[in-house]
Design a protein around this ligand. Structure first.
Ligand code: NAD
Length: 491
Protein backbone atom coordinates (compact mmCIF):
# COMPACT_ATOMS: atom_id res chain seq x y z
CA UNK A 1 0.00 0.00 0.00
CA UNK A 2 1.39 3.43 -0.81
CA UNK A 3 1.08 6.25 1.68
CA UNK A 4 -1.10 8.25 -0.66
CA UNK A 5 -3.86 5.63 -0.63
CA UNK A 6 -4.37 5.78 3.14
CA UNK A 7 -7.84 7.14 3.92
CA UNK A 8 -8.19 9.96 6.44
CA UNK A 9 -9.05 8.69 9.90
CA UNK A 10 -12.12 10.15 11.59
CA UNK A 11 -11.99 12.70 14.38
CA UNK A 12 -10.87 11.12 17.61
CA UNK A 13 -12.23 11.89 21.05
CA UNK A 14 -11.07 11.60 24.63
CA UNK A 15 -11.73 8.33 26.44
CA UNK A 16 -12.92 9.11 29.96
CA UNK A 17 -14.99 6.93 32.32
CA UNK A 18 -15.56 4.37 29.57
CA UNK A 19 -17.02 6.96 27.19
CA UNK A 20 -15.79 8.86 24.13
CA UNK A 21 -16.09 12.60 24.67
CA UNK A 22 -15.13 15.84 22.99
CA UNK A 23 -12.78 18.07 24.94
CA UNK A 24 -14.52 20.51 27.32
CA UNK A 25 -13.30 23.50 25.31
CA UNK A 26 -14.22 21.91 21.96
CA UNK A 27 -10.66 22.44 20.69
CA UNK A 28 -8.83 20.02 18.41
CA UNK A 29 -5.41 19.52 16.86
CA UNK A 30 -4.21 17.64 13.81
CA UNK A 31 -1.84 14.73 13.72
CA UNK A 32 0.35 14.74 10.63
CA UNK A 33 1.94 11.93 8.63
CA UNK A 34 5.62 12.99 8.56
CA UNK A 35 6.24 10.94 5.40
CA UNK A 36 3.67 12.88 3.34
CA UNK A 37 2.98 16.04 5.38
CA UNK A 38 -0.74 15.15 5.19
CA UNK A 39 -3.23 15.39 8.05
CA UNK A 40 -4.09 11.88 9.24
CA UNK A 41 -6.69 12.74 11.86
CA UNK A 42 -8.19 15.49 13.98
CA UNK A 43 -7.83 14.86 17.68
CA UNK A 44 -9.64 16.34 20.67
CA UNK A 45 -7.45 18.67 22.68
CA UNK A 46 -8.10 18.24 26.39
CA UNK A 47 -8.28 21.09 28.87
CA UNK A 48 -7.86 21.17 32.62
CA UNK A 49 -11.59 20.31 33.07
CA UNK A 50 -11.06 17.11 31.08
CA UNK A 51 -8.11 16.20 33.29
CA UNK A 52 -10.36 16.76 36.32
CA UNK A 53 -13.02 14.50 34.77
CA UNK A 54 -10.49 11.76 33.98
CA UNK A 55 -9.02 11.94 37.48
CA UNK A 56 -12.51 11.83 39.02
CA UNK A 57 -13.36 8.73 36.94
CA UNK A 58 -10.08 6.99 37.77
CA UNK A 59 -10.42 7.91 41.45
CA UNK A 60 -13.96 6.61 41.63
CA UNK A 61 -13.05 3.32 39.97
CA UNK A 62 -10.14 2.93 42.39
CA UNK A 63 -11.68 4.21 45.64
CA UNK A 64 -15.31 3.12 45.51
CA UNK A 65 -15.96 0.17 47.74
CA UNK A 66 -17.60 -2.57 45.73
CA UNK A 67 -16.73 -1.02 42.34
CA UNK A 68 -16.24 -3.49 39.51
CA UNK A 69 -12.46 -2.97 39.68
CA UNK A 70 -12.29 -3.45 43.45
CA UNK A 71 -14.43 -6.56 43.33
CA UNK A 72 -12.31 -8.09 40.58
CA UNK A 73 -9.96 -10.83 41.76
CA UNK A 74 -6.28 -10.75 40.82
CA UNK A 75 -6.89 -13.79 38.59
CA UNK A 76 -9.64 -11.94 36.74
CA UNK A 77 -7.42 -8.88 36.34
CA UNK A 78 -4.80 -11.15 34.83
CA UNK A 79 -7.40 -12.63 32.47
CA UNK A 80 -8.48 -9.14 31.42
CA UNK A 81 -4.89 -8.15 30.60
CA UNK A 82 -4.46 -11.36 28.60
CA UNK A 83 -7.67 -10.53 26.74
CA UNK A 84 -6.25 -7.11 25.89
CA UNK A 85 -3.12 -8.83 24.61
CA UNK A 86 -5.27 -11.11 22.43
CA UNK A 87 -7.24 -8.18 21.02
CA UNK A 88 -4.07 -6.19 20.28
CA UNK A 89 -2.70 -9.24 18.48
CA UNK A 90 -5.94 -9.63 16.53
CA UNK A 91 -5.65 -5.99 15.43
CA UNK A 92 -1.88 -5.99 15.07
CA UNK A 93 -1.83 -4.88 11.42
CA UNK A 94 -4.05 -1.90 12.16
CA UNK A 95 -2.01 -0.92 15.22
CA UNK A 96 1.22 -1.16 13.22
CA UNK A 97 -0.22 0.89 10.36
CA UNK A 98 -1.42 3.66 12.72
CA UNK A 99 1.97 3.77 14.43
CA UNK A 100 3.79 4.06 11.14
CA UNK A 101 1.44 6.74 9.78
CA UNK A 102 1.77 8.81 12.94
CA UNK A 103 5.48 8.35 13.69
CA UNK A 104 7.06 7.74 10.27
CA UNK A 105 8.83 4.56 11.40
CA UNK A 106 9.11 1.69 8.91
CA UNK A 107 6.14 -0.67 8.95
CA UNK A 108 8.71 -3.46 9.28
CA UNK A 109 9.60 -2.10 12.72
CA UNK A 110 6.09 -1.33 13.94
CA UNK A 111 4.60 -4.61 12.66
CA UNK A 112 7.40 -7.01 13.57
CA UNK A 113 9.13 -5.39 16.55
CA UNK A 114 7.04 -2.80 18.44
CA UNK A 115 3.58 -4.36 18.30
CA UNK A 116 4.63 -7.96 19.02
CA UNK A 117 6.42 -6.65 22.11
CA UNK A 118 3.31 -4.71 23.18
CA UNK A 119 1.42 -8.03 23.08
CA UNK A 120 4.19 -9.75 25.07
CA UNK A 121 4.24 -6.99 27.68
CA UNK A 122 0.49 -7.37 28.32
CA UNK A 123 0.89 -11.16 28.50
CA UNK A 124 3.89 -10.92 30.82
CA UNK A 125 2.08 -8.66 33.32
CA UNK A 126 -1.14 -10.70 32.99
CA UNK A 127 0.91 -13.49 34.59
CA UNK A 128 2.13 -11.21 37.37
CA UNK A 129 -1.36 -10.15 38.56
CA UNK A 130 -1.67 -13.26 40.78
CA UNK A 131 1.94 -13.18 41.97
CA UNK A 132 2.15 -9.83 43.76
CA UNK A 133 2.65 -11.01 47.33
CA UNK A 134 3.02 -9.69 50.85
CA UNK A 135 5.21 -11.27 53.56
CA UNK A 136 4.98 -12.54 57.11
CA UNK A 137 7.72 -11.03 59.25
CA UNK A 138 9.02 -12.35 62.61
CA UNK A 139 8.36 -9.28 64.77
CA UNK A 140 9.63 -8.97 68.31
CA UNK A 141 7.13 -9.54 71.12
CA UNK A 142 3.90 -11.44 70.94
CA UNK A 143 2.68 -10.01 67.71
CA UNK A 144 1.84 -11.33 64.30
CA UNK A 145 3.06 -9.03 61.53
CA UNK A 146 2.31 -9.30 57.86
CA UNK A 147 2.54 -6.96 54.89
CA UNK A 148 0.03 -6.18 52.20
CA UNK A 149 1.36 -5.09 48.83
CA UNK A 150 -1.24 -2.65 47.59
CA UNK A 151 -1.66 -0.59 44.43
CA UNK A 152 -0.67 3.09 44.70
CA UNK A 153 -3.95 4.40 43.27
CA UNK A 154 -4.40 6.63 40.23
CA UNK A 155 -1.41 6.45 37.88
CA UNK A 156 -0.82 9.03 35.15
CA UNK A 157 1.29 7.64 32.31
CA UNK A 158 2.90 10.38 30.22
CA UNK A 159 4.69 9.06 27.14
CA UNK A 160 6.81 10.30 24.20
CA UNK A 161 6.39 9.91 20.46
CA UNK A 162 9.24 7.59 19.52
CA UNK A 163 7.75 4.23 20.56
CA UNK A 164 4.24 5.48 21.28
CA UNK A 165 2.32 2.31 22.14
CA UNK A 166 5.30 0.26 23.27
CA UNK A 167 6.45 2.71 25.95
CA UNK A 168 2.82 3.20 27.02
CA UNK A 169 2.44 -0.58 27.46
CA UNK A 170 5.51 -0.65 29.73
CA UNK A 171 3.51 1.52 32.15
CA UNK A 172 -0.14 0.60 31.59
CA UNK A 173 0.24 -3.20 31.81
CA UNK A 174 2.12 -3.39 35.16
CA UNK A 175 -0.01 -0.57 36.64
CA UNK A 176 -3.25 -2.40 35.83
CA UNK A 177 -1.83 -5.80 36.85
CA UNK A 178 -1.13 -4.36 40.31
CA UNK A 179 -4.71 -3.03 40.60
CA UNK A 180 -4.20 0.68 39.90
CA UNK A 181 -6.35 2.82 37.63
CA UNK A 182 -4.64 4.66 34.81
CA UNK A 183 -4.85 7.89 32.85
CA UNK A 184 -2.69 7.82 29.75
CA UNK A 185 -1.50 11.01 28.09
CA UNK A 186 0.23 10.15 24.80
CA UNK A 187 2.54 12.57 22.97
CA UNK A 188 0.57 15.03 20.79
CA UNK A 189 2.57 14.01 17.72
CA UNK A 190 1.51 10.36 17.99
CA UNK A 191 -1.81 9.83 19.76
CA UNK A 192 -3.47 7.31 17.41
CA UNK A 193 -2.42 3.95 18.86
CA UNK A 194 -3.25 5.13 22.40
CA UNK A 195 -6.81 5.88 21.26
CA UNK A 196 -6.99 2.51 19.54
CA UNK A 197 -5.82 0.88 22.78
CA UNK A 198 -8.71 2.59 24.59
CA UNK A 199 -11.17 0.95 22.19
CA UNK A 200 -9.47 -2.40 22.85
CA UNK A 201 -9.82 -1.87 26.61
CA UNK A 202 -13.51 -1.14 26.09
CA UNK A 203 -13.95 -4.28 24.00
CA UNK A 204 -12.06 -6.40 26.53
CA UNK A 205 -14.46 -5.23 29.28
CA UNK A 206 -12.14 -3.06 31.37
CA UNK A 207 -14.56 -1.34 33.81
CA UNK A 208 -15.29 2.37 33.18
CA UNK A 209 -12.73 4.74 34.68
CA UNK A 210 -10.03 2.08 35.07
CA UNK A 211 -8.26 3.10 31.88
CA UNK A 212 -8.61 6.61 30.42
CA UNK A 213 -6.86 8.32 27.53
CA UNK A 214 -6.63 12.10 27.27
CA UNK A 215 -4.91 13.80 24.36
CA UNK A 216 -3.60 17.34 24.22
CA UNK A 217 -0.66 19.58 24.93
CA UNK A 218 1.97 18.46 27.40
CA UNK A 219 2.08 21.90 28.93
CA UNK A 220 -1.70 21.78 29.62
CA UNK A 221 -2.68 18.14 30.13
CA UNK A 222 0.67 16.79 31.34
CA UNK A 223 1.13 19.65 33.71
CA UNK A 224 -2.40 19.36 35.12
CA UNK A 225 -1.86 15.64 35.77
CA UNK A 226 1.47 16.23 37.48
CA UNK A 227 0.02 18.87 39.82
CA UNK A 228 -3.33 17.15 40.46
CA UNK A 229 -4.06 16.18 44.05
CA UNK A 230 -6.10 13.19 42.81
CA UNK A 231 -3.15 11.56 41.01
CA UNK A 232 -0.92 9.32 43.11
CA UNK A 233 1.88 8.54 40.71
CA UNK A 234 3.45 9.88 37.53
CA UNK A 235 5.14 7.40 35.22
CA UNK A 236 6.96 9.63 32.75
CA UNK A 237 9.06 8.88 29.68
CA UNK A 238 10.43 11.81 27.72
CA UNK A 239 13.21 14.33 27.59
CA UNK A 240 15.46 15.06 30.55
CA UNK A 241 14.41 18.71 30.36
CA UNK A 242 10.68 17.97 30.80
CA UNK A 243 11.53 15.20 33.30
CA UNK A 244 13.18 17.77 35.58
CA UNK A 245 10.06 19.94 35.38
CA UNK A 246 7.81 16.96 36.17
CA UNK A 247 9.91 16.08 39.22
CA UNK A 248 9.89 19.67 40.45
CA UNK A 249 6.12 20.03 40.07
CA UNK A 250 5.29 16.59 41.48
CA UNK A 251 7.04 17.69 44.69
CA UNK A 252 4.06 19.96 45.44
CA UNK A 253 1.89 16.94 46.24
CA UNK A 254 4.75 14.54 47.11
CA UNK A 255 3.73 12.27 44.25
CA UNK A 256 5.60 9.14 43.38
CA UNK A 257 7.54 9.71 40.19
CA UNK A 258 9.45 7.43 37.87
CA UNK A 259 11.41 8.98 35.04
CA UNK A 260 12.75 7.38 31.86
CA UNK A 261 14.68 10.18 30.20
CA UNK A 262 17.19 10.88 27.47
CA UNK A 263 20.47 9.22 26.62
CA UNK A 264 23.75 9.54 24.78
CA UNK A 265 24.72 5.91 24.90
CA UNK A 266 28.27 4.74 24.14
CA UNK A 267 28.84 1.84 21.76
CA UNK A 268 32.45 0.75 22.35
CA UNK A 269 34.40 -1.30 19.83
CA UNK A 270 37.63 -2.86 21.12
CA UNK A 271 40.38 -3.90 18.73
CA UNK A 272 39.79 -7.61 19.44
CA UNK A 273 36.10 -7.49 18.43
CA UNK A 274 34.49 -9.31 15.52
CA UNK A 275 34.56 -6.17 13.37
CA UNK A 276 31.82 -7.26 10.98
CA UNK A 277 29.46 -7.83 13.91
CA UNK A 278 30.58 -4.58 15.54
CA UNK A 279 30.00 -2.58 12.34
CA UNK A 280 26.52 -4.06 12.06
CA UNK A 281 25.90 -3.29 15.76
CA UNK A 282 27.08 0.30 15.33
CA UNK A 283 24.80 0.67 12.29
CA UNK A 284 21.72 -0.78 13.98
CA UNK A 285 22.53 1.03 17.21
CA UNK A 286 22.09 4.42 15.55
CA UNK A 287 19.88 3.86 12.48
CA UNK A 288 17.25 1.52 13.92
CA UNK A 289 14.16 3.61 14.67
CA UNK A 290 15.73 6.53 12.75
CA UNK A 291 17.95 7.10 15.77
CA UNK A 292 14.88 8.47 17.57
CA UNK A 293 15.59 5.92 20.26
CA UNK A 294 16.34 6.84 23.85
CA UNK A 295 18.97 4.08 24.04
CA UNK A 296 20.47 4.79 20.58
CA UNK A 297 24.19 4.08 20.36
CA UNK A 298 24.83 7.68 19.36
CA UNK A 299 28.46 7.84 20.53
CA UNK A 300 30.58 5.24 18.77
CA UNK A 301 33.99 4.72 20.43
CA UNK A 302 36.50 2.86 18.29
CA UNK A 303 39.91 1.67 19.52
CA UNK A 304 42.49 3.56 17.45
CA UNK A 305 44.23 0.50 15.97
CA UNK A 306 41.02 -0.71 14.21
CA UNK A 307 39.51 2.68 13.47
CA UNK A 308 40.00 2.66 9.68
CA UNK A 309 38.89 -0.94 9.22
CA UNK A 310 35.74 -0.49 11.29
CA UNK A 311 34.80 2.80 9.65
CA UNK A 312 35.20 1.36 6.17
CA UNK A 313 32.73 -1.42 6.96
CA UNK A 314 30.29 0.91 8.70
CA UNK A 315 30.31 3.56 5.98
CA UNK A 316 29.88 0.96 3.21
CA UNK A 317 26.82 -0.45 4.97
CA UNK A 318 25.38 3.01 5.68
CA UNK A 319 25.71 4.16 2.07
CA UNK A 320 23.25 1.41 1.08
CA UNK A 321 20.62 2.72 3.50
CA UNK A 322 18.20 5.18 1.92
CA UNK A 323 15.14 6.78 3.48
CA UNK A 324 11.97 5.47 1.82
CA UNK A 325 8.18 5.21 2.17
CA UNK A 326 7.60 3.92 5.72
CA UNK A 327 4.60 1.85 4.59
CA UNK A 328 6.74 -0.14 2.18
CA UNK A 329 7.70 -3.42 3.94
CA UNK A 330 11.21 -3.23 2.46
CA UNK A 331 11.94 0.21 4.01
CA UNK A 332 14.49 0.28 6.84
CA UNK A 333 14.77 4.07 7.35
CA UNK A 334 11.54 6.07 7.63
CA UNK A 335 10.70 9.73 8.14
CA UNK A 336 11.67 11.66 11.28
CA UNK A 337 8.62 12.23 13.43
CA UNK A 338 8.02 15.84 12.37
CA UNK A 339 9.39 18.78 10.44
CA UNK A 340 10.33 20.35 13.80
CA UNK A 341 12.37 17.30 14.80
CA UNK A 342 14.06 17.23 11.39
CA UNK A 343 15.07 20.88 11.76
CA UNK A 344 16.43 20.26 15.23
CA UNK A 345 18.56 17.36 13.92
CA UNK A 346 19.75 19.49 10.96
CA UNK A 347 20.89 22.16 13.42
CA UNK A 348 23.01 19.53 15.20
CA UNK A 349 24.53 18.50 11.86
CA UNK A 350 25.48 22.14 11.23
CA UNK A 351 27.03 22.39 14.68
CA UNK A 352 29.00 19.17 14.03
CA UNK A 353 30.42 20.67 10.85
CA UNK A 354 31.15 24.06 12.45
CA UNK A 355 32.87 22.55 15.47
CA UNK A 356 35.23 20.48 13.31
CA UNK A 357 33.66 17.01 13.08
CA UNK A 358 34.36 15.16 9.80
CA UNK A 359 31.09 14.48 8.01
CA UNK A 360 31.81 11.18 6.25
CA UNK A 361 28.37 10.31 4.92
CA UNK A 362 24.85 11.79 4.82
CA UNK A 363 24.07 15.11 6.45
CA UNK A 364 21.37 16.23 4.02
CA UNK A 365 17.63 16.40 4.19
CA UNK A 366 15.93 13.89 1.86
CA UNK A 367 12.47 13.59 0.37
CA UNK A 368 10.43 10.66 -0.82
CA UNK A 369 8.04 11.45 -3.68
CA UNK A 370 8.92 15.11 -3.13
CA UNK A 371 7.57 15.13 0.43
CA UNK A 372 8.22 14.34 4.04
CA UNK A 373 10.68 14.90 6.89
CA UNK A 374 13.39 12.49 5.81
CA UNK A 375 17.11 12.65 6.54
CA UNK A 376 20.03 10.77 5.06
CA UNK A 377 21.74 8.48 7.56
CA UNK A 378 24.62 10.57 8.86
CA UNK A 379 28.04 9.74 10.29
CA UNK A 380 30.58 12.11 11.79
CA UNK A 381 34.12 10.86 12.34
CA UNK A 382 36.99 12.41 14.33
CA UNK A 383 34.56 13.86 16.84
CA UNK A 384 36.07 15.24 20.05
CA UNK A 385 34.42 14.78 23.46
CA UNK A 386 33.66 18.47 24.00
CA UNK A 387 31.82 18.97 20.68
CA UNK A 388 28.06 19.52 20.98
CA UNK A 389 27.28 16.42 18.87
CA UNK A 390 29.28 14.30 21.32
CA UNK A 391 27.47 15.66 24.37
CA UNK A 392 23.84 16.40 23.53
CA UNK A 393 21.10 13.96 22.62
CA UNK A 394 20.38 14.55 18.91
CA UNK A 395 17.53 12.04 18.65
CA UNK A 396 17.95 11.31 14.96
CA UNK A 397 20.04 9.12 12.61
CA UNK A 398 23.30 10.95 13.34
CA UNK A 399 26.35 9.12 14.69
CA UNK A 400 29.31 10.76 16.44
CA UNK A 401 32.47 8.63 16.19
CA UNK A 402 35.27 9.09 18.73
CA UNK A 403 38.54 7.20 19.25
CA UNK A 404 40.23 5.76 22.33
CA UNK A 405 43.67 4.35 23.15
CA UNK A 406 43.03 1.46 25.54
CA UNK A 407 40.40 -0.04 27.86
CA UNK A 408 40.87 2.54 30.62
CA UNK A 409 40.65 5.42 28.18
CA UNK A 410 37.58 3.94 26.40
CA UNK A 411 35.60 3.34 29.58
CA UNK A 412 36.56 6.72 31.03
CA UNK A 413 35.41 8.60 27.92
CA UNK A 414 32.24 6.52 27.67
CA UNK A 415 31.26 7.49 31.23
CA UNK A 416 31.91 11.20 30.66
CA UNK A 417 28.28 12.15 30.12
CA UNK A 418 25.39 13.30 32.26
CA UNK A 419 23.36 10.40 30.81
CA UNK A 420 23.43 6.71 31.73
CA UNK A 421 20.69 4.86 29.90
CA UNK A 422 22.55 2.16 27.98
CA UNK A 423 25.97 1.13 26.68
CA UNK A 424 27.48 -1.64 24.58
CA UNK A 425 30.89 -3.24 24.23
CA UNK A 426 32.26 -5.32 21.37
CA UNK A 427 35.12 -7.65 22.30
CA UNK A 428 36.11 -11.33 22.21
CA UNK A 429 37.79 -11.01 25.63
CA UNK A 430 35.34 -12.22 28.27
CA UNK A 431 37.20 -10.52 31.14
CA UNK A 432 37.26 -7.18 29.33
CA UNK A 433 33.56 -7.51 28.55
CA UNK A 434 32.53 -8.16 32.14
CA UNK A 435 34.88 -5.53 33.50
CA UNK A 436 33.26 -3.02 31.14
CA UNK A 437 29.77 -4.16 32.20
CA UNK A 438 30.68 -3.35 35.82
CA UNK A 439 32.39 -0.04 35.14
CA UNK A 440 29.95 1.48 32.67
CA UNK A 441 27.49 3.74 34.43
CA UNK A 442 24.34 2.75 32.55
CA UNK A 443 21.09 0.93 33.29
CA UNK A 444 21.62 -1.55 30.44
CA UNK A 445 24.89 -2.94 29.07
CA UNK A 446 24.89 -5.03 25.92
CA UNK A 447 27.89 -7.28 25.16
CA UNK A 448 28.41 -8.02 21.45
CA UNK A 449 24.84 -6.98 20.63
CA UNK A 450 22.66 -3.85 20.67
CA UNK A 451 19.03 -2.88 21.24
CA UNK A 452 17.83 -6.21 22.63
CA UNK A 453 14.77 -6.04 24.90
CA UNK A 454 12.53 -8.48 26.70
CA UNK A 455 9.48 -7.82 28.90
CA UNK A 456 11.19 -9.65 31.77
CA UNK A 457 14.42 -7.58 31.69
CA UNK A 458 14.40 -4.33 33.69
CA UNK A 459 15.15 -1.15 31.75
CA UNK A 460 15.93 2.34 32.99
CA UNK A 461 18.54 4.96 33.60
CA UNK A 462 21.55 5.82 35.71
CA UNK A 463 22.42 9.46 36.34
CA UNK A 464 20.26 12.02 34.48
CA UNK A 465 18.67 9.33 32.30
CA UNK A 466 16.18 8.91 35.12
CA UNK A 467 15.26 6.49 37.89
CA UNK A 468 12.92 3.58 38.47
CA UNK A 469 13.03 0.42 36.39
CA UNK A 470 10.39 -0.44 33.84
CA UNK A 471 9.73 -3.99 32.63
CA UNK A 472 10.53 -7.11 34.60
CA UNK A 473 9.36 -7.73 38.14
CA UNK A 474 11.11 -4.46 39.09
CA UNK A 475 8.37 -2.42 37.39
CA UNK A 476 5.86 -3.74 39.93
CA UNK A 477 7.72 -1.79 42.63
CA UNK A 478 6.69 1.41 40.83
CA UNK A 479 3.00 0.55 41.04
CA UNK A 480 2.69 -0.97 44.52
CA UNK A 481 3.19 0.16 48.10
CA UNK A 482 3.68 -1.89 51.22
CA UNK A 483 1.47 -1.78 54.30
CA UNK A 484 2.55 -3.35 57.61
CA UNK A 485 -0.24 -4.93 59.66
CA UNK A 486 0.26 -5.67 63.37
CA UNK A 487 -1.90 -8.13 65.30
CA UNK A 488 -1.64 -8.28 69.09
CA UNK A 489 -1.43 -11.91 70.22
CA UNK A 490 -0.84 -11.15 73.92
CA UNK A 491 -3.27 -12.96 76.26
P1 NAD B 1 9.02 15.35 25.74
O1 NAD B 1 9.71 15.39 27.06
O2 NAD B 1 8.92 16.60 24.97
O3 NAD B 1 7.51 14.85 25.94
C1 NAD B 1 7.20 13.62 26.59
C2 NAD B 1 5.76 13.68 27.07
O4 NAD B 1 5.63 14.68 28.08
C3 NAD B 1 4.75 14.04 25.98
O5 NAD B 1 3.57 13.31 26.16
C4 NAD B 1 4.54 15.52 26.24
O6 NAD B 1 3.30 15.98 25.76
C5 NAD B 1 4.59 15.58 27.75
N1 NAD B 1 4.91 16.90 28.31
C6 NAD B 1 5.50 17.96 27.70
N2 NAD B 1 5.60 18.99 28.55
C7 NAD B 1 5.11 18.58 29.74
C8 NAD B 1 4.96 19.19 31.02
N3 NAD B 1 5.35 20.44 31.25
N4 NAD B 1 4.42 18.45 32.02
C9 NAD B 1 4.06 17.18 31.80
N5 NAD B 1 4.14 16.55 30.61
C10 NAD B 1 4.67 17.25 29.60
O7 NAD B 1 9.73 14.17 24.95
P2 NAD B 1 9.45 13.72 23.44
O8 NAD B 1 10.03 14.78 22.57
O9 NAD B 1 8.04 13.29 23.27
O10 NAD B 1 10.35 12.39 23.38
C11 NAD B 1 11.71 12.41 23.15
C12 NAD B 1 12.48 12.29 24.45
O11 NAD B 1 12.06 11.16 25.18
C13 NAD B 1 13.96 12.10 24.21
O12 NAD B 1 14.70 12.89 25.09
C14 NAD B 1 14.18 10.62 24.56
O13 NAD B 1 15.46 10.28 24.95
C15 NAD B 1 13.19 10.40 25.62
N6 NAD B 1 12.87 8.98 25.70
C16 NAD B 1 13.33 8.25 26.77
C17 NAD B 1 13.06 6.90 26.85
C18 NAD B 1 13.54 6.07 28.01
O14 NAD B 1 13.04 4.98 28.19
N7 NAD B 1 14.46 6.55 28.79
C19 NAD B 1 12.30 6.29 25.87
C20 NAD B 1 11.86 7.06 24.80
C21 NAD B 1 12.13 8.41 24.74
Amino acid sequence: MSTASVPAIQAQKLFIAGEWRDGAGGKTFNTINPATDEVIATIASAEKEDVDAAVAAARQAFDERGSAWNKMSAADRGRLLWKMADLIEKNIDEFARLETLDNGKPIFESRYVDMPMVVEVFQYYAGWATKILGETIPAKGNYFNYTLREPVGVVAAITPWNFPLLLASWKIAPALAAGNTVIHKPASLTPLTALKLASIAQEAGVPPGVFNVITGKGATVGDALVEHTGVDKIAFTGSTEVGREVMRKAAGTVKRVSLELGGKSPNIVFADADLDAAARGAYLGIFYGKGEVCAAGSRLFVEESVHDQLMEKLIARTKKLQPADPLDPKTRLGALVSEGQLNSVLRYIESGKNEGGHLVTGGERAQVNGKGSFLQPTIFDRVLPDMTIAREEIFGPVLATLSFKDVNDGLRQANETMYGLAAAVWTRDIKKAHRAARELKAGTVWINTYNVYDPSMPFGGYKQSGFGRELGMQALDLYTQTKSVWVDLNE
